[in-house]
Ligand binder design. Structure first.
Ligand code: SAM
Length: 273
């Protein structure tokens, strides 16, 4: 047992050490901005690859269930209301894995701090967004501060797998409240820290607190407790569920990939402004 723990910690230190050394050398040679741009490009390409197939399918049924209630949301904008369409803001849109769930004719504004995602997002729009208003915007901004989005202007805000890498969670949730119309809906689908004391939580703590996971996955933290912040920030109502998500439909929830996966459980639901 101790031998395994020793082996794990040695591997983390080894990988971290090399990663830091290479990053520092590249920053000295190319400058910090160029290195950040390179990291953004690599992360966008990696996300595009892993979100294409099995990981995407593993989220499909939970997302379908979550977004099915979108059709009952009424837009605050009269012309959209007549078409049963919505004014939607997606924060941290990445490659655009949620387009198919949005009601026909809806207007979509997307925000993401990583400009390298836009080319993958536009490609996805060509395949999956024919039913939406064609004027889809992609703005390079952080969710913590979205000056391009007016106060009380959007019917629905969507985030999926974003809060794990946001530095100021409460600030971002307050910003979401600011842009929502009164009674507007906030849809979220996020991986969170497991219950304290569980094996998964111990693994999440080791990978996140050592800095290894955030370093490899764009600041992603596995052991974040999102629910207390969500509750404290001032939504009038919050409806949420927690599930363990299988890697793909064919695998049962008791399969090792689900039991061990640190990107679990998933907290999903809808909050109302
Ligand atoms: C794991 S990806 C998820 C992408 C997409 N939402 C999905 O479900 O496929 C995380 C996304 O959050 C974005 N992100 C990271 N920090 C952010 C922030 N502070 N504000 C908004 N988006 C952020 C990243 O650029 C990336 O596109």
């Amino acid at each position: 047992m101790w031998c395994w723990i020793r082996c794990l910690t040695d591997s983390i230190v080894f990988i971290l050490g090399w990663f830091v050394l290479i990053t520092v050398m590249m920053k000295i040679i190319f400058g910090p901005t160029r290195v950040q741009q390179l990291r953004d490009k690599v992360f966008a390409a990696v996300m595009n690859f892993i979100m294409k197939d099995s990981l995407r399918r593993s989220f499909e049924s939970t997302k379908k269930e979550l977004f099915s209630s979108l059709k009952a949301v009424k837009s605050a904008h009269l012309e959209l209301q007549k078409k049963n369409a919505l004014n939607i803001l997606e924060v941290g849109v990445g490659t655009g894995t949620n387009l198919e769930y949005y009601p026909a004719g809806s207007r979509l504004l997307c925000v993401d701090p990583n400009a390298a995602f836009e080319k993958y997002f536009r490609r996805e729009c060509e395949q999956k967004a024919a039913h939406l208003d064609p004027d889809i915007q992609f703005v390079t901004e952080r969710g913590e501060s979205m000056p391009s989005v007016a106060d009380s202007s959007v019917d629905v805000v969507v985030i999926t797998l974003v809060l794990c890498s946001v530095s100021h969670l409460d600030q971002m949730l307050r910003e979401i409240l600011r842009v929502l119309v009164p009674g507007g809906k906030f849809y979220f689908f996020e991986h969170i820290g497991d219950e304290p004391g569980t094996w998964r939580r111990r693994i999440q703590n080791a990978l996140s607190d050592s800095g290894l996971w955030p370093l490899l996955f764009d600041g992603c933290v596995l052991n974040r407790d999102v629910e207390p912040v969500l509750t404290a920030v001032g939504f009038s109502a919050i409806e949420h569920h927690t599930v363990l998500v299988a890697e793909n439909k064919a695998r049962p929830r008791s399969s090792p990939s689900v039991v061990v996966s640190p990107v679990n459980p998933i907290l999903y639901g809808v909050a109302t402004k």
